[in-house]
Design a protein around this ligand. Structure first.
Ligand SMILES: [Mn+2]
Length: 303
């Protein structure tokens, strides 16, 4: 049995689906590990969209995260495009063309839609057609038209964020067209995620501390959720003023970092003995059990 470790997000999930298609594997033919902690792999044959925490891991890695160790036991396929794109580039000869469009899920998920290979767009021109979202605003109907390619990652991510990553993989693996990505459970997950993020923002200043701005460039906030919504919370705060946001989920100590200075924030955290890493603009980390927002504020004030 082939074993695969992959990242619990749209890129990791679509990379896994493409890998299965490339080797003509069924979901029942493989063992899938989606570790809670980024890179926490064991002895899987293949690792997708993650940098193994242990440099002595001996399998094959397809990844775009930065700073892989020079001294490592694993074989690394590294490119500066999302992992779904790396798997596609390496194996497109054996990936049935009808599944090529799935590359776009990972590209959109990691915010690099423009790196979707032209060959893929040509094969699935539907990706560039648009879906319309309508909403009512003071009695007026507002219509926004979004290219389908840009909408493919959020249903997959929503399933991952609400603790159903295997359901996400099944959905992507079995999908025949981009429309199959809007499954009923994915849409429900999207709604649940949206409400949870709204609750976090309502909670700031009442049941969560108020976000703290430091040196007008870092924003630090603390919230609590069983969902993996830190990235969304951080992006929403970042959009307001482009400060770099460190969002701490105090339920499990994970941090989501988004913004221009994400790599700088990782450096600051690492220098202070915390675990942190990621790629340009997007990063994450973890505090120890006895650390909270006050410790983060102190660290960033001194940096
Ligand atoms: Mn990725």
């Amino acid at each position: 049995m082939v074993s695969i470790a992959t990242h619990q997000d749209a890129d990791g999930i679509s990379a896994a689906a493409l890998y299965l298609h490339a080797f003509d594997l069924d979901l029942d033919d493989v063992e899938i590990n989606m570790p809670e902690e980024f890179g926490d792999v064991e002895d899987e044959d293949v690792v997708l969209d993650m940098k193994p925490l242990n440099p002595d891991y001996e399998g094959t890695v397809y990844d775009h995260h930065l700073n892989h160790p020079k001294k490592r036991a694993y074989e690394l396929h590294h490119m500066e495009i999302p992992a779904a794109g790396i798997v596609w580039k390496k194996h497109r000869k054996t990936i049935p063309k009808k599944h090529w469009w799935k590359v776009a899920i990972g590209m959109a998920g990691d915010g690099q839609t423009e790196k979707t290979p032209v060959k893929v767009i040509k094969k699935s021109p539907l990706l560039m057609e648009r879906v319309l979202w309508t909403r009512q605003n003071y009695g007026k109907t507002i219509v926004t038209a979004v290219p389908i390619i840009s909408t493919l990652s959020s249903p997959v991510n929503a399933l991952c964020r609400t603790g159903k990553p295997m359901k996400a993989l099944e959905m992507v693996y079995n999908a025949q067209t981009p429309f199959d990505i809007y499954s009923k459970s994915a849409i429900e997950a999207k709604k649940a995620v949206r409400m949870e993020v709204e609750d976090v923002f309502k909670g700031f200043g009442s049941y969560f501390p108020q976000p703290v701005r430091i040196k007008d460039r870092f924003t630090i906030c603390e919230y609590e959720s069983d969902y993996r919504i830190g990235g969304l919370v951080a992006i929403k705060l970042n959009e307001a003023d482009k400060s770099t946001v460190i969002a701490l989920n105090r339920r499990n100590g994970t941090m989501s970092i988004r913004g221009i200075l994400a790599s700088y924030a990782v450096e600051i955290l690492t220098e202070n003995g915390m675990k942190a890493g990621g790629h340009a603009g997007f990063a994450g980390g973890r505090v120890t059990e006895d650390q909270d927002i006050e410790d983060l504020v102190e660290i960033f004030c001194k940096a």
